[in-house]
Design a protein. Structure first.
Length: 228
């Protein structure tokens, strides 16, 4: 039986797949249902973080055991550029959070700006790593010099590789954002050919991974140069 709606009568709320929020208003005034995506990005990031964490836990165990095996363990000096690198990485965690916050508030252009800032800071961090390795090699500390130098190069190198993976995702998001701005400077049509909802999910997943890389870096510095 058809429902008769009289003026002042409130229509019953439709079921939008378990979401009580109204559908998105489309062009021309028509209403369209927002597509819902499973949180696969969160699950993928969780698996990646767990796998990387187990890798570095295993390397930490090897580091501790090898340190206690003989008298050939000689600690290497910490390059000062590593302190600058740490500051850069901490600032990049702040910038990617600002990008997330701006996107959630609907400020695409501001979010884009912070994404590009994070990308530049990440590249600066990797450049600083190369300078740190050059600084040690100029003082005669190479991969095979002694066990401590070997672990330094291996641990920081693996961290740099995994951070570069996060940079690739950021570069993909930034490139897609730039394409969208060129196609529609006044409106938001999605990041990297994604819907706005999925664009947020991509950025959320990347931010979680990025914060993990930040925490892992601080852990490595403590392990290599503070803990004994």
């Amino acid at each position: 039986m058809a429902t008769i709606v009289t003026p002042g009568t409130r229509q019953p709320q439709e079921d939008w797949g378990g979401d009580k929020s109204p559908p998105e208003q489309g062009a021309g005034g028509e209403r369209r249902k927002l597509r819902r995506y499973p949180p696969t990005h969160t699950l993928g990031v969780a698996f990646a973080v767990a796998a990387i964490g187990m890798l570095f836990i295993a390397l930490t165990s090897s580091y501790v055991v090898r340190q206690g095996l003989g008298m050939d363990w000689q600690r290497i000096p910490m390059p000062r550029i590593l302190l600058v690198n740490t500051a850069i990485l901490l600032v990049s965690s702040i910038s990617i959070e600002l990008a997330r916050l701006a996107l959630r508030r609907g400020n695409q252009q501001i979010s884009n700006t912070w994404v590009f800032v994070t990308l530049v800071l990440g590249l600066a961090f990797l450049s600083g790593q190369v300078l740190a390795w050059q600084s040690l090699s100029s003082r005669g500390f190479f991969l095979s010099t002694n066990p401590h130098s070997s672990f330094f190069y291996v641990l920081t190198g693996l961290h740099g590789i995994h951070l570069a993976g996060g940079l690739l995702v950021l570069a993909y998001v930034a490139a897609g954002s730039l394409r969208q701005l060129q196609a529609s400077p006044a409106g938001f049509s999605g990041w990297a050919d994604l819907s706005p909802d999925r664009g947020c999910r991509w950025l959320d997943g990347t931010a979680i991974y990025w914060h993990f890389m930040d925490a892992l870096w601080i852990y490595l510095l403590v392990l290599l140069f503070v803990w004994s």
